[in-house]
Design a protein around this ligand. Sequence first.
Ligand code: SF4
Length: 344
Amino acid sequence: MSSRTAHRLACDEPDLASYDLLAPQLSGGKDSAVMNCVFMEAAVRAGVADRVISYHASLGVLEWPAVVVDGVRYPGVSELAALQSAAFGISADRHIEVTRTLPAPDGSRMVHSLLTEIAAYGRFPRMGSPYCRKAAKESVVSAAWTPLVTRMKRELGRPVRILKVMGLRSDEGPDRKKRPAFRTVQSNSARIVDEWLPVKEWTTAAVKEWHATALVPYSWTYDSAPGAGDWAGTSRCSCSLCVYASRRDLLLSVARRPRLADLYAEVEQARGDSFRADWRITDLIHHAQTCEAPDPGVICPDDGPDFTALQQQVRTALEVEPRKTPDLARDSGRALCNGCTSVD
Ligand code: SF4
C-alpha cells in the first residue's frame, strides 16, 4: 500500500493522527476561515488538536491593511489570520506569522517584499509561472518548518510527517478545480509533506453564508465599503494588487490603494515588462482615474513608515540590472476602453 493510501481515511479526509505536524495555512481571506473551522473540528475529533500550528505567510505592505472608518477599526489581513487561528481553538503561541527576509547590511534579517523581488527579477509573475506564490508563501512557510523538522527527525528517527491544510476551492478557477483534494507535495529523508484541501467543494455562496454567523469577521475589502456587509468589494483578498485578479478587482484596488498602484507602475515603467500580459498597471490607473472605476468606499493612505521602507527598497532594486530580461509584454494589451490603450 502506498504511503498516500495508508494515511487516508474514507471521504477524502486524511488520517490526521498519522501526522506529526498539522499546519493550516491561513491567508486571512474568507476561505481560510471556513477551512480552519472545518479542519479544527476534524482535528478535535481525531484527538490531535495539540499537533496543530497555524501559519500566515504575510505579504506585508502588499496585503490589505487595517482601516479606520467613522471611528471603527477594520482589521488587516495578518490580524484576520491570527483571529481565524484563535477563533477555532489554536493558542496564540501556536500561530506563526512568517515573511520573506534577506540578510541586511548590518547582519540582521530584513523584510524582502514580493514587489522588491519582482523589481529585482525584472518580470511580473505570469499565468503558468506564478513564482510569486512560491517566493512569498510556499517557500517561506517551508523554511519556517526546517528547525522543527530537524529537531523532530532526530527524536523520531524517521522523516517528519506534515499535513499542510489549505482553503483552496474549485469555484476559484480551472487550476484550482483540477488540483486534487489530497496529494503528497514533498517527500525526502527529512520530511513528507501532504496537502489537504478540506473545503475544496464548498461553493462561494456557501462560504458567504457561513460567514453570516461566523465567529470571525471577514476582510473589509470584500465589501463595497468597510462594514457594508454586501460582498460588493473585491472578490479576493491577498495581495491588494494581484496579477491574477479580475479587471473589476484591479480597478477597485487601484482606486483603494493609489500610492501602492503608483509604486507597481514605477516597477513596470523601469523594467518594461507589463503588470500583466494583457494590461499594464499604468493603463489601469489611467482608466480608473479618467474613465471608470467602482467607488472605492475607502482610500488607504499608505503613508506610514512601512510603506516608505517598501518604496526605498523597490527603488534600490530598480537601480540594479534585472536578473531576468523583461518579457516586454506591454504591447499585447487588451483594450480597457477606447481612450485607455495608449497611455505613455
Ligand atoms: S495574491 Fe496574486 S500576486 Fe500575490 S502572491 Fe498570490 S498570486 Fe501572487
